[in-house]
Every structure is written in structure tokens, then in C-alpha cells.
Design a protein around this ligand. Structure first.
Ligand code: HEM
Ligand code: HEM
Ligand SMILES: [Fe+2]
Length: 463
């Protein structure tokens, strides 16, 4: 095994651990909605939600980085350059994440000046980490980019997938710099912040996971590189063609000029197209291989990724992307419903699929079945889809009562929050959250033990 692949194992293991922290913070955040006095005076909703969504971003990034470190040496047949620096930075990054978590939990608030920004919290949703930590993330990403680009140069070779990956890494890193400035004008601040959030999840991350899934497909089904790369180019073109100006769907009500209503509505309405392309691609590949695979868990998680991406991001996003609808749905639990479905389908399922592919190499190819992964798969997906449905009900209640009937006044906001449809949705979300959390425990157990559980002779027979 290459050193880069050993590092990949560390990144993937850390990703699954941080995923666990995210689930705990998610359950806490959900509990505040049914018992607002929870931990009153000690730790409030804003902190638990920050922990929930920051760990989300971090574990997915860890998953992507791990996947690339895994496939990169196989792509080129050599050890990636600069891997020593990457190894050191992994530990530095983990330590930084631990420190930031402690700061969020125990310090919580800083002065609203540069000191607060540098040491406590930058206050930008999803990228709240204090500046020193954000600088660290930039360094890690630069070394990561060096690993990828340097290796291609040393190997004197470029493949379609790596070419797309390199072109993608540049905007991905540059956009993160958007986490730093602190504009005093709220509209200006949000204007640039959306570049980061939207262009990450609906452009650069989508391309990145496309590259990773391309490798994973070749690995899993033996799909030919020609087919995988042809699809990758089509998907990238469609993602960028619709996603860049699709940014306008966040500019409807934040003080930006009115033309964004048309630009955002029009372009983002086409955003589901590339995601539909991915579903067709997955069905096509699975069909040509008659659903036969040596790694069923990875296969199922990859199908979940394709469908989840299309439905969660494409369909759920499309539902509220026209300004005529978004006027009512904006910022309600309807948005949260889409946020969960999209992140889960587009990214989380893909990372889990890669984990199983990697484990197959590490622990031998014969092990990958049994019942445990099925329980994890079922509980996680039932839990997630249940939460998404519950949130949609709460979101509809808000859209009707707070927006359509009440006209978005503060009084209407309270009336929306007190309505029984809204509250029932919140209870149901918590219940499904518990199912999801149970699924997480089974998944973690399965990843830890799969391939080690079977007695040796059974493995030999299977082999
Ligand atoms: C046990 C499972 C989970 C529970 C109970 C949970 C609960 C929550 C809660 C209560 C919020 C705050 C929403 C608000 O501000 O009203 C939230 C936000 C969020 N969660 Fe989760 N979550 C869980 C799992 C996940 C997973 C698996 C993902 C993605 C893969 C995810 C992604 C997000 C995102 C993106 C947000 C921000 C949404 C927004 O503010 O619009 N969560 N979650
Ligand atoms: C992988 C892809 C995607 C992910 C991970 C994702 C995730 C999210 C998240 C987390 C939010 C809430 C942001 C916040 O306020 O904190 C959001 C908002 C939104 N998304 Fe997506 N999304 C994706 C794709 C799409 C697509 C394809 C569409 C449209 C077709 C779309 C339409 C929207 C709209 C209109 C909003 C604003 C909701 C509001 O007004 O409150 N998204 N998305
Ligand atoms: Fe967006």
C-alpha cells in the first residue's frame, strides 16, 4: 500500500468519527425545538447548530481528501509527491479541529472585533471557525493541491479525471478565501458569502465528487475509463453551465438588484439536469453489469448517492428555486429539508461508498456482505428521509401560516412556530433523528469490523 493510501485511511477514519460528532450535535439541535429550555444558560441552540454544520463540512472534506489520496497513486502508479507534509498536516488539522470545538463549547462568544474574529468565531454560517483555524485549512488545502498537481507533473501524465480535478481545485480553494473578509454592510457580506456556499456545493464540490465517483465506478464495476470520462465532461459542463448563474437563487431577497429574480430563477431551474444525467449514468452502468458486483455495500451506497443527489438536490432544490415559490419558502424548515436531503444524497452517501471500496482492498475482497451493513443502510436512509419529510411538513406550515396568511410579520412568525403542524414536524424529525443515529452506530461498527468478523475458514471458503 502506498503511504498516500495509509494517509487516506486516516482521513476516512477521522471523517467517520467527525460524522459521529455531527450526529450528536444534530440531535441536540433538534431537541431544542421540542424543549427550548434544554441546557438553558449553559449551551444554546446557536452553538449546537454551529457544531452540527461545521462538522458536516469538515467530515465531508475529510472524506473527499481521503478518497483522492486513495486513488491518486493508483492513477499514476507512483507515490504522490509531498506526502510527508500531508501526513504532518493531518495531525495538525485534527488538533486544530479539537481546539476549535473546545472554543465553541466553552468560550462561545468573543468581542465583536478583530480579536473575536481571530480567536473565537468569524460568524459566517458553515465557516464559523476562527481565522487562525481558517488559515490552517487554507494551508492544508494548498498542500493537498500540491500533492495532486505535483504528482501529475512528476508522472508526466495527465488523465481526464485528474485534469478535471486540478482545474476544480483552484476555484475550490480560492472560494474558501471568502470565509475571511468582514464587510460591515450585511447585503455585501451575504453577497460574497453565497459565492462560497453556493459555488462550493452546487459547483466545485459537485465536480470533485464527480471525479471521485468516476474512480469509484471504474473500481467498483470495472466501467471503462472512456465511458466514465465522457460522462464526467458532460456533467461538468452542465453543472457549471447551470450552477454558476444559478447562484442568483440566493440573491432574491438580500438587497441585490431585481434582475437576479430572473437570472437566478432561470438558470437554477436547469440545475437538476446534470444530476439527472448522473442517475442515468449510474443506471446505465449498473444495467450493463447486470447489477453484479463484488462489493454490495459500496454499490448500494453509490446508487443512493446518484438518486439522493438528483432527488435531494435537484428535485427538492427545484421545488423552491423559482422566486414565486421562494418568496414563501425562503429560510423556513422547507430549506432545512432540502439542505439535509441534498448534502446527504450528493456527498455523504458517496463518501460512505468510498469507505467500503477502500475497506475491500484493505481487508480482502471476500468479506463484503452480511447483514450489518444492510441495517446501517436502512436505518440511515429511513432516518434521513423521515427527517426530510417531517421538515417539509413544518416548512409548509411556516410558508402557509407565517408567510401566506400572516405576511411575514413577527407575530406571524410566532404563530407559525406555535402551529401544531409545525410542532408535529419537529417531534417527528427528532424521532427519525434517533433512527438515523442508531444507523450511524451500526455503520461505524460495520466499518470497524467488516471483514474481521467472519472466522478465518469462512473467509477462505468465500474467497
Ligand atoms: C440525527 C441526525 C440529524 C439531526 C437530528 C439534525 C438536526 C438538525 C437541526 C435541528 C438543524 C438546525 C435547523 C434550523 O436551523 O432550524 C440542522 C441543520 C442542518 N443539518 Fe442536520 N441533522 C441531522 C443530520 C444531518 C445530516 C446527516 C446532514 C447532512 C449530510 C445534515 C445537514 C444539515 C445542514 C446542511 C443544516 C443547515 C440547514 C439550514 O440551516 O438551512 N444534518 N440539522
Ligand atoms: C449538492 C447540491 C446541493 C446542496 C448540498 C444544497 C444545499 C443547500 C443548503 C444547505 C441550503 C441552505 C443554505 C442556508 O441558508 O444555510 C440550500 C439552499 C437553497 N438551495 Fe440548495 N443545495 C444543492 C443543490 C441545489 C439545487 C440543484 C437547487 C435548485 C435547483 C437548489 C436550490 C436551493 C435554493 C433555492 C436555496 C435557498 C433556500 C431559501 O431561500 O431559503 N439547491 N441548499
Ligand atoms: Fe444554491
Amino acid at each position: 500500500m502506498y503511504r498516500s493510501q495509509q494517509l487516506a485511511l486516516k482521513y476516512l477514519a477521522a471523517a467517520i468519527v467527525i460524522f459521529g460528532a455531527m450526529v450528536v450535535a444534530g440531535l441536540m439541535s433538534a431537541y431544542y425545538y421540542i424543549n427550548p429550555d434544554f441546557l438553558f444558560g449553559l449551551l444554546h441552540f446557536n452553538i449546537s447548530k454551529t457544531l452540527h454544520i461545521d462538522t458536516l463540512v469538515i467530515w465531508l472534506l475529510f472524506g473527499f481528501i481521503g478518497a483522492v489520496y486513495w486513488y491518486l497513486p493508483e492513477e499514476f502508479g507512483i507515490e504522490p509527491v509531498g506526502i510527508k507534509a500531508a501526513e504532518v498536516l493531518f495531525y495538525v488539522l485534527c488538533a486544530a479541529i479539537a481546539v476549535v470545538t473546545l472554543v465553541f463549547v466553552f468560550i462561545q462568544y468573543g468581542p465583536s472585533n478583530e480579536v473575536g474574529m481571530w480567536l473565537v468565531n468569524q460568524g459566517r454560517k458553515y465557516v464559523e471557525a476562527p481565522r487562525w483555524a481558517a488559515v490552517g485549512i487554507v494551508v492544508v488545502m494548498l498542500v493537498f493541491a500540491y500533492n495532486v498537481i505535483g504528482t501529475a507533473i512528476r508522472a508526466r501524465k495527465i488523465t481526464g479525471i485528474v485534469g478535471v480535478l486540478i482545474v476544480d481545485l483552484i476555484p475550490l480553494i480560492v472560494l474558501y478565501l471568502d470565509a475571511f473578509p468582514a464587510a460591515r454592510n450585511m447585503s455585501v457580506d451575504l453577497f460574497w458569502w453565497w459565492w462560497l456556499v453556493h459555488m462550493w456545493v452546487e459547483a466545485t464540490w459537485e465536480v470533485l465528487i464527480g471525479c471521485i465517483m468516476a474512480w469509484a465506478l471504474m473500481n467498483l464495476l470495472g466501467t471503462s475509463r472512456r465511458i466514465v470520462e465522457a460522462w464526467l465532461y458532460i456533467e461538468v459542463a452542465l453543472v457549471l453551465g447551470t450552477g454558476i448563474l444559478g447562484l442568483g437563487h440566493h440573491y432574491f431577497w438580500i438587497g441585490t438588484p431585481q434582475y437576479w429574480l430572473a437570472v437566478g430563477g432561470f438558470f437554477s431551474a436547469f440545475e437538476p439536469l446534470p444530476l439527472l444525467g448522473m442517475v442515468i449514468h449510474a443506471i446505465y452502468d449498473a444495467g450493463t453489469h447486470h447489477m453484479k458486483t463484488t462489493n454490495r455495500p459500496a454499490f448500494y451506497w453509490m446508487l443512493a448517492e446518484a438518486f439522493g443527489n438528483f432527488i435531494g438536490a435537484g428535485v427538492w432544490g427545484f421545488m423552491m428555486t423559482l422566486p414565486q415559490v421562494n418568496l414563501y419558502s425562503h429560510g423556513t424548515q422547507w430549506t432545512v429539508s432540502h439542505g439535509h436531503f441534498a448534502f446527504w444524497g450528493a456527498y455523504a452517501c458517496g463518501v460512505i461508498s468510498v469507505c467500503y471500496l477502500v475497506l475491500q482492498k484493505v481487508r480482502g475482497s471476500a468479506f463484503l456482505d452480511g447483514i450489518t451493513w444492510r441495517w446501517a443502510f436502512a436505518a440511515l436512509n429511513v432516518g434521513l428521509v423521515g427527517m426530510v419529510g417531517a421538515l417539509l411538513i413544518s416548512g409548509f406550515a411556516q410558508a402557509f401560516i407565517e408567510r401566506a396568511q400572516g405576511g411575514s410579520t413577527l407575530e406571524a412568525f410566532i404563530a407559525g412556530q406555535e402551529n401544531f403542524w409545525f410542532l408535529d414536524g419537529m417531534y417527528a424529525r427528532f424521532a427519525f433523528g434517533l433512527i438515523f443515529a442508531a444507523g450511524y452506530v451500526v455503520l461505524a461498527y460495520d466499518l470497524l469490523t467488516i471483514g474481521r468478523r467472519l472466522p478465518v475458514h469462512a473467509m477462505a471458503v468465500a474467497e
